[in-house]
Design a protein around this ligand. Structure first.
Ligand code: NAD
Ligand code: ZN
Length: 353
């Protein structure tokens, strides 16, 4: 099963399926060297399932710290040093084997090393159905998430969902928030399907999971196709992220996962949509469903509005100090909307625990 991603800078395929990692063999033939970037968890859980399918090409493996700790300046520098020491050149290929953090780090390394060398995304989390496509790659700055990055498309995305079996519940929840986001911004029947069929994130049948992830990827692909560099509609993918990023950064990387923070931001954006755009939406039914899946959708009590507001103002979408939100006119109909501080504050307190 595959999806084609067409952007002005490159066309490439996303393969999705169960136990398809062997497809990698022919994709890396012809490159001078292989540079695998992965993390400690993946090294112990799955790396061998990947390396056994590599042809006899000189291969080096860089093991980054787990999770968000991979996206720092010092890890980035270390990774580049390792590449230089091992003589990687422009005919070499980077394999990003891991979740969104590894994809972002390895993609940024590929984008910048010798002004750019090819890379392949081999995502291993639910969240990475989102992050692995679209070509946004980045590392963090202490003053903001993803503040140093590039638009850089992979040669290929190989999404073997067998790797998802070992994901802890917290990471499933994190990733599934983006699937729910993709449904909310694109299609009421997709959302309905999720709300009817998914009642536990630990036991989604493989067939359903693959279908939902594929649908989510299609939503993203359709948007990226029209707007690779986020001039306009690509910003819709940031639904839930204005508050989400602020919470994620304030909580300290790792305390709230990306998706946990985004889910709180999604509920916030839905409530704003109800107030600003008269969105018709059964938010109570929605949050009850979220709770049954283990989400905490309320804004944490210890996060005060003023400091979160500062973060939201620093968001890349802000215009002259007023945060701009992606809101919904209807399910599947996103719009960009500036929202006044007073309403932001009122809604914030309404949803705070
Ligand atoms: P992650 O990459 O931090 O991985 C989460 C944890 O799961 C890590 O500890 C990792 O080691 C572990 N893990 C990964 N795969 C596993 C597996 N198969 N089995 C068991 N454990 C596994 O988290 P993530 O949620 O995949 O990605 C989050 C990152 O993605 C954030 O940095 C976010 O900014 C970024 N992101 C980027 C984009 C984009 O367009 N580039 C979009 C959304 C999110
Ligand atoms: Zn996200």
């Amino acid at each position: 099963d595959s999806i084609n991603i067409c952007t002005s800078s490159k066309n490439y395929s996303v393969y999705i399926g169960n136990e398809i990692v062997h497809l990698l063999t022919k994709e890396v033939e012809g490159y001078s060297k292989i540079f695998i970037v992965t993390d400690k968890h993946l090294e112990s859980l799955h790396l061998q399932k990947l390396t056994q399918h590599l042809p006899e090409i000189e291969t080096h493996i860089y093991i980054a710290p787990n999770g968000e700790h991979a996206k720092t300046f010092s890890v980035f520098e270390d990774c580049i040093t390792y590449a230089l020491q091992n003589g990687f050149d422009r005919k070499s290929i980077v394999l990003a084997f891991g979740g969104g953090a590894i994809g972002d780090l390895a993609g940024f390394v590929a984008a910048t090393y010798m002004r750019g060398i090819p890379f392949i995304q081999i995502p291993t989390t639910i969240l990475a159905h989102d992050s692995a496509i679209g070509g946004k790659v980045a590392i963090n700055h202490p003053l903001g998430k993803n503040m140093i990055g590039a638009f850089y498309q992979p040669e290929l995305v190989l999404y073997d969902i067998q790797f998802l079996a070992t994901l802890p519940s917290k990471e499933r929840r994190s990733g599934f928030a983006e699937v729910i986001k993709h449904a909310l911004i694109s299609d009421p029947t997709f959302l309905q399907d999720l709300m009817v069929k998914v009642n536990s994130l630990d036991s989604i049948p493989v067939h359903d999971l693959q279908m939902f992830l594929r649908k989510g990827m299609e939503v993203k692909a359709n948007i990226v196709r029209l707007d690779e560099k986020e001039q306009n509609i690509r910003a819709y993918l940031n639904f839930g992220h204005t508050l989400g990023h602020a919470l994620e950064s304030t909580a300290g990387y790792g305390n709230l996962t990306h998706g946990e923070a985004v889910m709180i931001g999604i509920v916030y954006a839905l409530q704003l949509s109800i107030e600003v755009l008269q969105l018709q939406f059964p938010i109570k039914e929605f949050t009850t469903w979220l709770e049954s899946l283990g989400y905490k959708w309320r804004i944490p009590a210890d996060m005060d509005f003023e400091s979160i507001f500062e973060w939201m103002v620093r968001d890349k979408k802000s215009v002259s100090n007023t945060p701009t939100f992606v809101l919904l006119q209807e399910i599947g109909k996103p719009v960009m909307q500036k929202v006044d501080k007073s309403l932001l504050q009122k809604t914030y307190h309404l949803l705070q625990a």
